[in-house]
Write a protein that binds this ligand. Structure first.
Ligand code: IMP
Ligand code: MG
Length: 177
């Protein structure tokens, strides 16, 4: 059906169950606190929609769009294309992200947001590829830790396609060579 798709590695049910567990954990950790969920567009929106509906907390949601200048490891390489709409000073923040790969996006975003003096700042990522990390950043909440393979579906794209697949599949290996 999707010619560029390889093996399915997480089914819809597996993803749903894991997100329920993360939602319960977050609900307990942030009970009684005012929480701001920050979402990095676009890949994380599918995760956000399912995760927030499994959470029983007072939360507001804000969006940010960032880009990295090239693929350099130098500091200050993050550019904010669309900033948050609301201040975060004194607030408890969770950044919701689809996948942490080299880690540079989150590393620089975290640095930039900490300058705004939130009460706390944690990262919740549905997928983590620790083998590819270039900087010292790790999600505080992780859905699945995966090996170094390019995955598509459930918000994650290959050339902007496949975000709408309800499961996670690997991309056909030969397409990355
Ligand atoms: P990094 O951690 O700075 O390398 O950037 C992570 C971003 O790269 C994610 O938010 C995704 O947009 C993208 N990305 C990394 N690995 C994958 C993958 O396996 N499939 C789809 N997008 C990916
Ligand atoms: Mg992304």
């Amino acid at each position: 059906m999707h010619p560029e798709q390889g093996e399915v590695i997480y089914t819809e049910a597996q993803i749903r169950n894991r997100i329920k567990e993360i939602g319960a954990q977050l609900s307990s950790d942030y009970q009684g606190k005012d929480l701001v969920i920050i979402v990095i567009l676009r890949g994380a929106v599918v995760f956000l929609a399912d995760l927030t509906r499994c959470m029983d907390v007072n939360a507001t949601i804000d969006f940010i769009v960032v880009t990295r200048y090239g693929y350099s490891d130098k500091p200050g390489q993050l550019k904010i294309l669309k900033d948050l709409d609301y201040p975060i000073e004194g607030k408890h923040i969770i950044i919701v992200e689809d996948i942490v790969d080299e880690g540079l996006t989150l590393y620089y975003l975290k640095e930039a947001l900490l300058l705004r003096k939130p009460a706390s700042l944690k990262i919740c990522a549905l997928f983590d590829k620790p083998a590819r990390r270039k900087v010292n950043v790790a999600p505080d909440y992780t859905g699945f830790s995966i090996p170094d393979r390019f995955i598509i579906g459930y918000g994650l794209d290959y050339k902007q396609k496949y975000r709408n697949l309800p499961y996670i599949a690997v991309l056909r290996e030969d397409l990355l060579q």
